[in-house]
Design a protein around this ligand. Structure first.
Ligand code: SF4
Length: 101
């Protein structure tokens, strides 16, 4: 039990888990380019989610992004999905723009 708690605590309190990220070197799939079109965003995020599905740190990654108000796709969750789930972005420019159009 103590080993489990140590593991969870370590993964929630530092960034070591990033060493096991399946997305290393693929930043272009996880963050939008300026003025990205909706169809392009959808295709990019679908490709990123495919990578996340087999990633061993998916849940830690998702929680990290939620706790730190991150932008982009983390743990198979987009910033729009985090925002909708109640994990507000600090400045949700993309969400606001898409919701007002
Ligand atoms: S869950 Fe996805 S975004 Fe998070 S580290 Fe793994 S591949 Fe990267």
């Amino acid at each position: 039990m103590s080993n489990v708690l140590d593991f969870i605590t370590r993964h929630l309190t530092d960034d070591d888990w990033m060493e096991d990220a399946a997305c290393k070197g693929m930043t272009h799939l996880f963050f939008p380019t300026p003025a990205e079109r909706p169809q392009t965003r959808e295709r990019r995020e679908d490709a990123a989610r495919e990578i996340c599905q087999s990633c061993s740190v998916k849940l830690v990654c998702r929680n990290f992004a939620r706790d730190n108000h991150e932008y982009g796709l983390w743990g198979a969750e987009s910033e729009d999905e985090r925002h909708t789930a109640g994990y507000r972005l600090i400045a949700p420019i993309g969400v606001r723009a898409r919701q007002s159009s």
